[in-house]
Design a protein around this ligand. Structure first.
Ligand SMILES: [Zn+2]
Length: 310
């Protein structure tokens, strides 16, 4: 599943092509894309509701928090950071939330270009471009939502509980370490908790723990705070490094808006390397399951804590 660097790579492309445009029309080829993974039975009126809600809307910009991405809709220029007292222009109230799920892609095309058979929805832009949502397995989602206040900014209503991610100004590392230090689950599980810190998924959690030299089963409440700080800093660094090369293309389905893959899979030190030699010490990388997720670590570089592990 795309994590922060992959979603941010997509967001940058989407923003470049859509910010400042107006949606001239929309099509939903498969109504299931308007649902969620737990609710795919969609009332037929949802399609016309979506199309009428977005048609004529002006896209201010593409935004992201963690793995959530949305298009902010509103009038005129982007004044989201302007002083509300001196600036009478209303802030955006609606957003088009796009969740890529496991296999979702947002692609920019010219009208008339061949339509991929897994295209589920299309936004026609007044710039003579189309934003197409292609999703082979339909774990993704697109829908219009009100924007509400969450962790210091406006976010789609369904993302209100999602914590700030390490690459946004609202991120408060001290507060996150303070919360993390209360957790009695495995640290790997805590890092995947999107209400604590968002954007980190299975790949970057393993990479961050390896780089910080912390065992995935270590219990945060029993780990020195300096070690927790190191883990968060490693997560931030590894996700920034991945973003710089377009993210990690773990399979052929993750691509940016132009259909290009990312290159960070070549820089992964531990994820997906079970049974191979550790790049630092040569010991065999171990793969275990933590909280249902495949987890990779080096038993020497990431020493097990002295207390009993669960
Ligand atoms: Zn090692």
């Amino acid at each position: 599943m795309p994590e922060l660097p992959e979603v941010e790579s997509v967001r940058r492309g989407v923003d470049e092509w859509t910010a400042g445009t107006t949606i001239a029309g929309a099509e939903v080829a498969d109504p299931r894309i308007l649902g969620t993974t737990s609710q795919r039975r969609i009332d037929p009126s949802a399609v016309s509701g979506f199309v009428s809600a977005v048609t004529g809307a002006h896209i201010l910009r593409a935004e992201r928090r963690g793995k959530f991405m949305w298009l902010s809709l509103g009038e005129g220029t982007d004044l989201s950071t302007a002083d509300p007292v001196t600036s009478p222009v209303p802030r955006p109230e609606l957003g088009i939330l796009v969740h890529l799920g496991m296999s979702g892609q947002l692609r920019i095309h010219s009208p008339g270009e061949e339509i991929h058979r897994h295209t589920r929805a299309i936004l026609h832009l007044d710039s003579d471009r189309e934003l197409r949502f292609v999703d082979q397995r339909i774990f993704g989602h697109i829908g219009v939502q009100p924007l509400v206040h969450g962790y210091g900014r406006l976010v789609p209503a369904s993302a209100v509980h999602i914590a700030a991610d390490p690459l946004e100004p609202a991120f408060d590392p001290e507060a996150v370490v303070g919360e993390l230090a209360n957790k009695r689950t495995a640290i790997k599980t805590a890092l995947l908790d999107q209400t604590l810190v968002s954007g980190i998924g299975n790949i970057y959690a393993d990479e961050a723990l390896f780089r910080a030299g912390v065992h995935p089963l270590a219990v945060p409440a029993r780990t020195r705070k300096s070690r927790l700080v190191a883990v968060l800093e490693s997560a931030t660094k590894v996700m920034s490094d991945a973003l710089a090369v377009g993210g990690t293309s773990f399979d052929a389905l993750y691509v940016n808006v132009n259909g290009e893959s990312g290159y960070f899979d070549r820089a992964l030190l531990v994820y997906g390397r079970g049974g191979q030699e550790c790049v630092r010490c040569g010991t065999e990388i171990v793969k275990i399951t933590v909280g249902g997720r495949g987890t990779h670590y080096c038993p020497v570089c990431q020493k097990p804590p002295r207390y009993r592990l669960r």
